[in-house]
Ligand binder design. Structure first.
Ligand code: NZQ
Ligand code: ZN
Length: 386
């Protein structure tokens, strides 16, 4: 196992009826921005619960944060935070609202020019942000318990992430009943996104880290068992609760401690969203099978371990088992109604050089856990998924 530091101060408040605790979690002596997305919170009763818990608070509302939140919209909110001297931002929504709020909180206090720079240049460290908290309405991204935010700039069709301890939520309320109102498509997306988060931190190469491996495998098995139960019955509270906690645990830093991490699937996937506005999780379901095939040798030992411990694949030669493991992963994604081929999203071969050029223009030598997935191989990954 490699050396590591693990720091996660987010206060998780989990369970049914917990939204009413907001008045113990949000500071009362400052002006609050309540930020949300396209309005789902008005339909499922979450908005009323939040407002009633915060009766008497000085609240300014900012709605309209898009899925894959737009830099252009978030900059407007950051301006309001500055002008109105907002002292705390409450995000009520899915990963997009949470990420959007993290960016708003950092951008509002950024004094070195255009905040876009800390998204483009990962070496820039953001140290200041307006404090924030969240009421999560969609289990998927793990944003509720991590330091990352992903922002899309519509004008240039770019999508980048930044990470900073300064934007970790002070608290996140996880009430599994929010799952009851989710469209089936968002449940499917949530299961697949969380599943691939684990894969990005697990399916690399062994470094003798049995704790991390078995934590990761337990999350994968839980998602594989509970995801279909949630889809079969959105009102199954226990399944919703297990799904929600699994998604949070998938990307709160714990399973990634001291182990190599990949993230190539996410990096390539972000380009599919930036150019074609495909849902984040769907981009991952397209790219991951291609990565497993192209990096089959690099990932051989972990592919065998994953196949055996998560899917029970033990029969046959190593190569047969790896083939079966990749097929099982594809079948799992497709069982949620998520296609894994570009053609299903009306994307053809002409798009592949566009993605490769983008990585080449950024000077990418290689990505993935060994930094050896070249631009040419990114093209191979996408070609396999046509
Ligand atoms: O906008 P509203 O009206 O709220 O509707 C949303 C949105 O249309 C709806 N929704 C959310 N909760 C609902 C609900 N509808 C009914 N009932 C509810 N309880 O769902 C739609 C999608 O929401 P969104 O927040 O976009 O989805 P998700 O949570 O999957 O977030 C995706 C974003 O997170 C980023 C992605 O790149 C993408 O931009 N990610 C963030 C990460 C992080 N911070 O660590 C890691 C991830 O890998 C990911 O990249
Ligand atoms: Zn993701």
């Amino acid at each position: 196992m490699r050396n590591f530091e693990f720091y996660n101060p987010v206060n998780i408040v989990f369970g049914q009826g917990q939204i009413k605790k907001l008045n113990k979690l949000v500071p009362a002596n400052t002006k609050i921005m309540l930020a949300y997305g396209g309005g789902s919170i008005f339909k499922n009763g979450v908005y009323e619960q939040v407002k009633s818990a915060l009766t008497g608070y000085d609240i300014l509302e900012f709605g309209g944060i898009e899925p894959n939140p737009h830099y252009e919209t978030l900059m407007k909110a950051a301006e309001i935070v500055k002008n109105e001297k907002i002292g705390f931002i409450l995000a009520v929504g899915g990963g997009s609202v949470l990420d959007g709020v993290k960016f708003i909180a950092a951008a509002a206090l950024w004094e070195e020019g255009d905040p876009w720079m800390f998204l483009v240049d990962r070496s820039i460290v953001v140290t200041k942000a307006v404090p924030l908290g969240s009421v999560l309405t969609l289990p998927a991204t793990g944003s509720e318990m991590n330091s990352t935010a992903v922002v899309t700039r519509v004008s240039t069709q770019e999508k980048f992430a930044f990470a900073s301890y300064a934007v970790m939520p002070k608290f996140s309320i996880l009430d599994p009943t929010v799952v009851f109102s989710l469209p089936e498509k968002q449940v499917a997306n949530g299961v697949v996104d969380a599943f691939v988060h684990v894969i990005e931190q697990y399916l690399t190469y062994p470094v003798n880290s049995p704790i991390q491996d078995r934590f990761a495998e337990s999350i994968l098995v839980t998602l594989a068992e509970e995801g279909p139960k949630v889809l079969a019955n959105l009102a199954d509270y226990d399944a919703a609760a297990n799904f929600m906690w699994a998604a949070t645990m998938a990307l709160n830093g714990l399973i990634g401690t001291g182990v190599p991490q990949d993230w190539a699937t996410h990096q390539i996937g972000h380009e599919l969203t930036a150019f074609h506005n495909i849902d984040h999780a769907r981009t991952l379901a397209i790219v991951l099978p291609g990565i497993m095939k192209v990096k089959r040798e690099n990932k051989r030992e972990k592919l065998l371990q994953y196949g055996e411990r998560v899917w029970g694949i033990t029969a046959g030669t190593e190569d047969t088992r790896i083939d079966a493991t990749i097929e099982k992963t594809v079948a799992f994604f497709e069982s949620f109604g998520i296609p894994t081929k570009l053609s299903a999203y009306n994307i053809g071969a002409d798009f592949i050089p566009v993605v490769c050029n983008r990585f080449a223009e950024r000077g990418t030598k290689g990505i993935g856990e060994r930094g050896d997935l070249t631009v040419e191989q990114i093209g191979e990954v996408l070609t396999l998924q046509l």
